[in-house]
Write a protein that binds this ligand. Structure first.
Ligand code: ZN
Length: 412
C-alpha cells in the first residue's frame, strides 16, 4: 500500500512523504497516490521510542501515590500484583498501554514485566513495535515459583522468535533481586537467542549502598566485573552512577534509559544525564510503569528531562530541547538498532503533530514546541511500518471504547 503524507513540516520546510511497502520511498514532491493524508500545518517526525515501561501496570495507575518507596511497593504495588496479575489482566493492561502510546505518538517501546506473552498479543493487535522482556527475579512472583524464572523467560523467547515488529529480550529485574548466577544465566540465555537484556540499575541510593556492602563494588562495577554489561544491555534508571561507572557504561556500549518522571515521583534522585551525554553515551528516555509516572506520554517525558537537569544543575543550558528530542528518537534508534528517520529507505514509523493549536503558535522553532509546549494529545496521525494506526486521532487497529470499558470493569 502507498500513502502520501502531503505538505507536512519537516524541520522548517513544507514537504511531502511517500510511503511504499512499509518504507519511506520519497521525500520532497512525490506524485500523488491512492491514499493521501493532508498534513498541512502538521509537523512530521519519526516515531517516539519509550525505552522503559512495565506496560500492564497501566492498571495500577493512580492507585497509590505520594508514598515512601518501601510503603508504595510493600503495602500497595506488590500486594496488588499478587492479587490481580494474570494473563487476561496483563492483556487488558497492555492493550490500554498500547492505545495510550498510539494516541501520544510512541511507535516503539521496551517493556519488562510478567505474563509477557499477553503483552506480545496486545502489541501484535495494536500494530506497534516492541522489545519485550519477561521479568526474571529470584523469588516467587505472581507468575512463577522461586527458581522458575529462567525457565519462563526461555519459553517466552522460544514462543516469540524475533520478527520485524517484536524482539524478545531477557529481563533480569535488578542486581538486588537477581543473584550473580541468575544474572550470568540471563546473559547466556540472551546470547543464545541473540536477544537484548533489560535490567534496572542503581535506581535508588539504598540499592547502590546495598550492592556495595554485599559485593564490595558499586552496582555498575559489580556488573562489569561479572561480564554482564555489553552492547546488548538496556539499563533503566542509572541514577546513582559515579564518573567511573559512567565510563564503564560507555566502554561496554550499554544503553541507558533515563526515567526522569519516575525518579522525581518516587524521590529516587537525579541521574547524571549531562555527564552521561558528555561522555558520549546516547542516553534514551523511558516513562517507567504507569504507577510511578502516571502516564506513557513521551512528550511529557522529554519536557521533564529537559527541565529536571536545568534545575538540578542550576544551569538553563543543561539538556536542551534538541537533546531531549534526540533521547526519545535518534539515540533510541541507534541503541536498539531501529532503521528510522524521515529519509528515503527508512522504515515508515511516522507521527504527525498538529501545530494548528493556540499553545503551538506561532511556530518559531518546532523542536522547542515539541519539547516545551506540545503533549501527546497533539498527535494527529501515527503510522508504523507503513500501516496507519491512527488517523485524525481515530485509532484504527484497536477498539478504544471496548478497551477503556474493560479496564474499568476489571480494575483492582
Ligand atoms: Zn522500571
Amino acid at each position: 500500500m502507498e500513502i502520501l503524507i502531503k505538505d507536512c513540516l519537516i524541520g522548517g520546510a513544507e514537504k511531502s512523504i511517500l510511503v511504499s511497502d512499509g518504507k519511506i520511498s520519497e521525500v520532497g514532491k512525490p506524485k500523488t497516490t491512492d491514499y493521501v493524508i493532508n498534513a498541512k500545518g502538521m509537523a512530521a517526525l519519526p516515531g517516539l521510542v519509550n525505552t522503559h515501561t512495565h506496560l500492564a501496570m497501566t492498571m495500577f495507575r493512580g492507585m497509590a501515590d505520594d508514598l515512601p518507596l518501601s510503603d508504595w511497593l510493600n503495602k500497595h504495588i506488590w500486594p496488588a500484583e499478587g492479587k490481580y496479575l494474570g494473563g487476561e489482566f496483563c492483556r487488558t493492561g497492555s492493550l490500554l498501554g498500547c492505545l495510550e502510546m498510539i494516541k501520544s505518538g510512541t511507535t516503539c517501546f521496551a517493556d519488562q514485566y510478567f505474563f509477557m506473552d499477553s503483552t506480545a498479543e496486545a502489541v501484535r493487535e495494536s500494530g506497534l513495535r516492541a522489545y519485550l522482556a519477561q521479568a526474571v527475579l529470584d523469588f516467587k512472583t505472581p507468575q512463577y515459583e522461586a527458581g522458575d524464572a529462567l525457565k519462563v523467560a526461555g519459553r517466552f523467547l522460544r514462543n516469540n522468535p524475533p520478527d520485524e515488529m517484536i524482539k524478545p529480550m531477557v529481563g533480569p529485574h535488578a542486581p538486588y533481586t537477581c543473584c550473580e548466577e541468575t544474572l550470568i544465566a540471563s546473559k547466556e540465555l540472551a546470547q543464545k537467542h541473540a536477544a537484548m537484556l533489560h535490567i534496572h540499575i542503581s535506581e535508588t541510593k539504598s540499592e547502590a549502598e546495598q550492592i556495595k556492602k554485599e559485593k564490595g563494588k558499586r552496582p555498575v562495577e559489580y556488573l562489569d566485573s561479572i561480564g554482564f554489561l555489553g552492547g546488548n544491555v538496556l539499563a533503566a534508571h542509572c541514577v546513582y552512577l559515579n564518573e567511573h561507572e559512567i565510563q564503564l557504561m560507555k566502554k561496554n556500549n550499554t544503553t541507558i534509559s533515563h526515567n526522569p518522571t519516575s525518579n522525581m515521583k518516587l524521590a529516587s534522585g537525579v541521574a547524571p544525564v549531562a555527564q552521561m551525554l558528555a561522555a558520549g553515551i546516547p542516553v534514551t528516555l523511558g516513562t517507567d510503569g504507569c504507577a510511578s509516572n502516571n502516564n506513557l506520554d513521551m512528550f511529557g517525558e522529554m519536557r521533564q528531562a529537559a527541565l529536571l537537569h536545568k534545575v538540578a544543575a542550576l544551569d538553563p543550558t543543561a539538556v536542551s530541547a534538541r537533546q531531549a528530542l534526540q533521547m526519545a528518537t535518534t539515540n533510541a534508534y541507534k541503541s536498539l538498532g531501529l532503521n528510522l528517520g524521515l529519509e528515503v529507505g527508512r522504515d515508515a514509523d511516522i507521527i504527525l503533530v498538529d501545530l494548528k493549536k493556540p499553545h503551538l503558535r506561532p511556530v518559531h522553532n518546532i523542536e522547542s514546541h515539541l519539547v516545551y509546549s506540545a503533549s501527546g494529545a497533539d498527535v494527529d496521525t501515527v503510522i508504523v511500518a507503513g500501516k496507519i494506526l491512527m488517523e485524525r486521532r481515530q485509532v484504527k487497529t484497536l477498539n478504544e471504547e471496548e478497551i477503556l470499558e474493560k479496564a474499568e470493569e476489571i480494575k483492582p
